[in-house]
Every structure is written in structure tokens, then in C-alpha cells.
Design a protein around this ligand. Structure first.
Ligand SMILES: C[S@@+](CC[C@H](N)C(=O)[O-])C[C@H]1O[C@@H](n2cnc3c(N)ncnc32)[C@H](O)[C@@H]1O
Length: 433
């Protein structure tokens, strides 16, 4: 791969690596984005656009020389690409995820030992119950519907902007029928489908990587059809994956990686992850319809509290609390935050936002230091970002923070350009101990 292939701006970054004496390597991975995961068994079940590809995980398993005796860790799990791939390939793995939807989706995705005959037999019952109840619900207004079926419209702000009335009624009925008929140990299989279709059936546009309302669409939304498509996909993948013997069951923890030492008691050998980038993308904000539909959060305050705890995300109050006064960098890292003088002048909010990001990554790295074995090797895949026109060299800053916390900052591996935009690209920060 040549430097030209990775985007016209890459030369600028490469020059900076050279000036700063940072080792780098341009590597060839055909697709690092979520797109190639949509074509792979299990990985394709749940769509998370900021996720990376299973191919990238396989690349790093090789690159970091992971062995079967190693524990592979992902502190920023997302939908679990790293640990799902590790479970497929037989590596022991652990991950942490803050977002309750992504944590649960991963947990449900890791179970493969279903009795498929039972599931397909049950599907006929689910369908006939669903059709019966859906017919009954059609002519009821929302209050009558809630009362008759003892169901509640999700507590999300503006629910009928998210879902048409008959669509949300059908989604809630389907969930009720499933919860009434399915055994507890099988419910994860269905919860994934419900999480997926609650967003697929919403009035939204998918813009990469975020979503926006599609208020005036005329799409015909058929909840049952969407359910069936996803059921078949998962069913077929389970049939395939049952041919593999799972030797190491992956573990997912719902927690905060800035406090990871309180959840992880094992020592880690390898780490493959992609933390949030300092680009303001909020995982809580973009998963709200599913968080509410699956009843994983109770109200908007809970969503805001999670967004404040999350690295990277900001919206609403999580943003306004950053607006007030200058946020000091953590002790010992200010010399790496080279964006501060310019960004502080241009936008105090953006400057504080970036500093909050690096402070939290510093907190995480400090905790990681207490949980790694000698010989540890890891990669943090990050994208560059620009805030108020100021370039943030995330990979360099993270590499320096790792050095400060006692790790080796070995090199930066450079991938292709991202999202078709010339000046966005992704890199992997390679660290070791
Ligand atoms: C870029 S995504 C990871 C995507 C993942 N590689 C995949 O393929 O699905 C970053 C994840 O970090 C999570 N996150 C943010 N702050 C966190 C924290 N403090 N502790 C744990 N997870 C956090 C976000 O919710 C998000 O799911």
C-alpha cells in the first residue's frame, strides 16, 4: 500500500510523525469499517456504524501475535466485534462497555447454544399470537391500547415522532408475545431482533455515522416482516456457528473503563480496541430509541448521566456543563495537549471537550497499567478529528500519555481514508510493556 492510497492528507500526518520521531507503518487492511462486518456471520446482527471490521480484529490478532494462552481485552467494546471474533477463533477475551444497550446486545450475541428446532417451532406460535393481537389493537387509540394490553409507550421524548402509532403498537405487541412465550434462557436471541427492529421501524434516516428524523417518509413499515428477516438471518448464522466448538466463552462487563481496575481482576496480555474519538459523537444519543424501547433506561436524566460518564459523547447537559470555565488537564499531560492555546481562543467549549476526552483516556490508561502482564501488547484504533478548525492529533497525544504512564509507545499504524472525506483517516496506536 502506498501513501497515496490512504488519502491525500496523509502526507501531512506522516510528516508530523517524522518530525516528532514517531515510528509509523502503513498497513493494508481492505476494509476497517463496520461495512464488512455486515457481511459476516453473527457480526451482521446488530448495526453500529462506528464499529470496526472483524477483519481488522483478525489483522491485529496476527499483528500483536496473540496466542491461545493470552487474555485479549477490549475496554471499549461497542457491539463486541473484538470479543465475538475472539470467541469464534478460540481466544479468551474480556470487554467493558458503558452503554447498557451495547453491553446487553453483546451479551445476547455471545450465546450460540440454542435448540434451533425449538426456536422455529415457537415462531409459528409467536406469529399467530402477534397477528391476533395486532388486529385487535388497530382501531384502539393510544390510551385504550395501553390500558387493554397493559403496555406502555416508550418514555422517550416525542415517541410518535420516532414511531408511527400503529408501528409502535405492533412493536410493543411483538415484544409482549415474545416475553410471554419464550423461555428465559432463549430470550437473548429475540432481544437482539427487538433491539434491531425497534430502530429499523423508526422514522429515521441513517446518516453515517449518526441518525436523523425522517418525518415525511411514505415507507410501508411492516414489523412482522422485519422480524422474520432478522430471525432467519440469526437462525442461519447460529446453524453455521454451532459447527465450531466454543472453547473460550467471551466475557462482557457493563462498566466504566476509566475505573476498570474495579471490574477486572485478571491480568491482561493483549488489547484490541477502538475508543471513542474526540469528535462529539454520542453513543447514548444515537441509541436512545433502543435504550427506551428495550426499557434499559427509565428517563432522559439517566441518558444524560450516562453521556457525562461516557468518553467522547456530548449532547444536552453533558455539553452545557463544559461551557462554564476552563477545564484543567490532568497532572502531567498538558504538554501533550498542543491544541489548547489555539482552541481555547476559538472555542472554550471545544477546548474543554477535548481536554475532558484526554483526561478520561489518561484515567483509563492509569488503571490499565495496574492490570497488564509483562509482555503486554495492544492497539487503540482512533480517527483524527478537527474541532473548530483545529486539528486534534489524537493518536500522537494518546501515544504520549501511554509513555507518561509507563508503557512503550511503539508506533502508529496508518489505515485508509475514512468516509470518503479526504482528510479523515484512521490509525492504530501500538503500545506495549
Ligand atoms: C468506537 S466504539 C467501539 C466500537 C467497537 N470496536 C465495535 O466494533 O463495535 C467506542 C465504545 O466505547 C464506549 N464507551 C465510551 N465511554 C466508555 C467508558 N468510560 N467505559 C466503557 N466504555 C465506554 C461507547 O459506548 C462505545 O460503544
Amino acid at each position: 500500500m502506498t501513501i497515496d492510497d490512504i488519502g491525500s492528507n496523509a502526507n501531512e500526518y506522516i510528516e508530523i510523525y517524522e518530525q516528532s520521531n514517531i515510528k509509523y507503518e502503513v498497513v493494508n487492511v481492505s476494509d476497517v469499517t463496520f461495512k464488512s462486518g455486515t457481511k459476516e456471520g453473527i457480526h451482521s446482527w446488530f448495526r453500529l456504524t462506528p464499529s470496526y471490521s472483524p477483519e481488522l480484529v483478525r489483522f491485529f490478532i496476527d499483528y500483536l501475535e496473540c496466542q491461545k494462552k493470552h487474555i485479549v481485552f477490549d475496554p471499549f467494546n461497542g457491539k463486541g466485534t473484538t470479543i465475538v471474533e475472539c470467541q469464534k477463533l478460540g481466544y479468551e477475551s474480556i470487554a467493558i462497555e458503558l452503554n447498557p444497550l451495547l453491553y446487553n446486545v453483546t451479551n445476547w450475541t455471545l450465546k450460540w447454544d440454542y435448540n434451533l428446532t425449538e426456536l422455529s417451532e415457537l415462531n409459528e406460535k409467536i406469529q399467530s399470537q402477534f397477528i391476533k393481537m395486532s388486529k385487535k389493537a388497530q382501531n384502539l387509540n393510544i390510551e385504550e391500547f395501553e390500558k387493554k394490553f397493559k403496555l406502555n409507550i416508550p418514555k422517550i421524548h416525542n415517541p410518535f415522532r420516532w414511531w408511527k402509532e400503529n408501528v409502535i403498537k405492533d412493536l410493543l405487541i411483538l415484544k409482549k408475545v415474545i416475553y410471554d412465550l419464550v423461555e428465559k434462557e432463549n430470550i437473548g436471541f429475540y432481544n437482539i431482533i427487538l433491539s434491531v427492529i425497534s430502530l429499523d421501524c423508526a422514522n429515521i434516516h441513517r446518516n453515517h455515522p449518526t441518525i436523523s428524523f425522517d418525518d415525511n417518509h411514505t415507507r410501508d413499515i411492516d414489523v412482522w416482516k422485519d422480524y422474520e428477516i432478522n430471525f432467519k438471518k440469526q437462525y442461519n448464522d447460529i446453524e453455521e456457528v454451532q459447527k465450531i466448538k466454543v472453547s473460550k466463552k467471551a466475557v462482557i462487563i457493563n462498566g466504566d473503563s476509566t475505573k476498570m481496575a474495579s471490574y477486572i481482576d485478571k491480568k491482561i496480555d493483549r488489547l484490541i480496541t477502538s475508543p471513542p474519538y474526540p469528535n462529539r459523537f454520542s453513543y447514548i444519543h444515537t441509541t436512545r430509541p433502543q435504550l427506551f424501547f428495550m426499557e434499559l433506561i427509565e428517563d432522559g436524566n439517566e441518558a444524560t448521566e450516562l453521556d457525562i460518564k461516557a468518553i467522547g459523547g456530548t449532547w444536552g447537559r453533558a455539553t452545557s456543563i463544559l461551557q462554564k470555565e476552563y477545564l484543567e488537564p490532568n497532572e502531567g499531560i498538558s504538554e501533550y495537549l498542543t491544541y489548547i492555546p489555539e482552541l481555547k481562543e476559538k472555542s472554550l467549549l471545544m477546548c474543554n471537550y477535548a481536554t475532558k476526552y484526554f483526561n478520561m483516556m489518561d484515567d483509563h490508561i492509569k488503571e490499565l497499567r495496574t492490570r497488564v502482564n509483562k509482555g503486554f501488547r495492544g492497539v487503540y484504533v482512533v480517527g483524527n478529528s478537527r474541532l473548530s478548525g483545529v486539528e486534534i492529533y489524537t493518536e500522537i497525544i494518546l501515544g504520549r500519555i501511554f509513555e507518561k504512564q509507563g508503557f512503550n509507545f511503539d508506533k502508529v499504524v496508518v489505515f485508509r481514508k475514512r468516509g470518503g472525506k479526504k482528510n479523515l483517516y484512521e490509525t492504530g496506536v501500538i503500545v506495549s510493556l
